[in-house]
Design a protein around this ligand. Structure first.
Ligand code: TXA
Ligand code: MG
Length: 311
């Protein structure tokens, strides 16, 4: 099977929804990164998804839903979860919640946990697909497990073209980093994964988040393995300048092989990060990366860079 890249239209969305209903895999754009979607209620579709990604089955998936009502079918929304959902859904925030009695997402998708990760994406193509499909979709990033997440349809075609029935092309992803994951199952919301929604934006609404995941050797979220987002090239972080044999991924004004943002804009840098890592990785064996401030979106950018640099 070689996937077709389809421009979004009512026809291509109907075709993709049909493929999903038959248990197939479809790549869809979201505002964060491209997702590899499958019917969240189908054991066989979800098994095929784990297989296609080479993903360990102990690493649960995010259930994507179209509405708050659909979220409430799958999960128990506490008051704190409702506050966060009201502030940030649809958008790049994933909430980990207790599963509800009416949960239809299969055990395999949840890796057997009694919690479930739920997200309501904002991207119009993802929303249209969820609506046409009419149920929850699991959608991990559409890359082989452990590699750099895709932010264009062409990235997906290069990485997973053989495994998916169709790729809906929504253009380059606006945000370029995965969603921020907040655990609402404990004593106050806890940050599990820094991501495309800056932590300070959440903290402005909710107050300080707990940070159980600050030690990368003991991941608080099953998927937060230290080595992740890994290019083949060796990465050297916080480099003031490249060595002779290194490409330079810059940030801010100055000479660079590629520049995440010449104006030192973190949002622009986030949107460029994965695509530029891919480009440099395809041409160079060693990449030096300029220092990135750790404020705002810089927290998530530095998190991904640290994981990508891990040998
Ligand atoms: O932006 C995103 O979230 C993208 C787009 C496609 O929506 N999806 C994504 O999925 O990044 P994935 O599978 O690459 O990352 C999901 C993360 C994993 O680290 C997983 O361990 C964590 O969510 N997760 C899922 N269920 C969980 C649970 N019940 N408790 C804690 N972590 C969970
Ligand atoms: Mg991923």
């Amino acid at each position: 099977m070689t996937a077709r890249i389809l421009p979004p239209s009512p026809d291509s969305i109907a075709l993709a929804a049909d493929a999903l209903k038959r248990g197939g895999l479809v790549a869809m754009p979201t505002e964060t990164v491209y997702g590899l979607a499958a019917d969240a209620t189908s054991d066989s579709a979800v098994a095929a998804l784990y297989e296609a990604k080479g993903r360990p089955r102990f690493n649960p998936l995010i259930a994507h839903v179209a509405s708050l009502e659909a979220a409430a079918m799958q999960a128990v929304l506490s008051d704190e979860a409702l506050v966060l959902a009201a502030a940030f859904w649809p958008g790049p925030l994933t909430l980990v919640l207790p599963v509800s009695k009416s949960c239809s997402v299969c055990d395999l998708a949840r890796a057997g946990l009694d919690t479930i990760a739920v997200r309501m994406p904002a991207h119009p193509v993802a929303r249209a697909l969820l609506k046409a499909f009419g149920g929850p979709l699991v959608a991990p990033s559409a890359n082989p497990s452990g590699r750099v997440s895709p932010t264009t349809a062409a990235h997906v075609a290069a990485d997973m073209g053989e495994q998916v029935e169709a790729i809906l092309d929504g253009g380059p992803c606006d945000l370029g980093l995965e969603s921020t994951i907040v655990d609402c199952t404990g004593n106050g919301p806890a940050l599990l994964r820094a991501g495309a929604l800056a932590t300070d934006e959440i903290e402005a609404v909710y107050g300080t988040l707990r940070r159980p995941g600050s030690d990368p050797q003991t991941p608080s979220s099953p998927g937060q393995l230290l080595r992740h987002y890994a290019p083949k090239a060796a990465l050297r972080l916080n480099a003031a300048a490249p060595a002779e044999d290194e490409a330079f991924l810059g940030f801010g004004p100055g000479d660079a092989t590629l520049n995440l943002s010449e104006s030192a804009n973190l949002r622009e840098a986030a949107a460029n990060l994965f695509a530029m890592l891919r480009t440099l990785d395809s041409r160079h064996d060693r990449i030096a990366v300029a220092p990135i401030p750790s404020t705002g979106l810089g927290e998530a950018i530095n998190d991904r860079l640290r994981r990508a640099a891990q040998r």
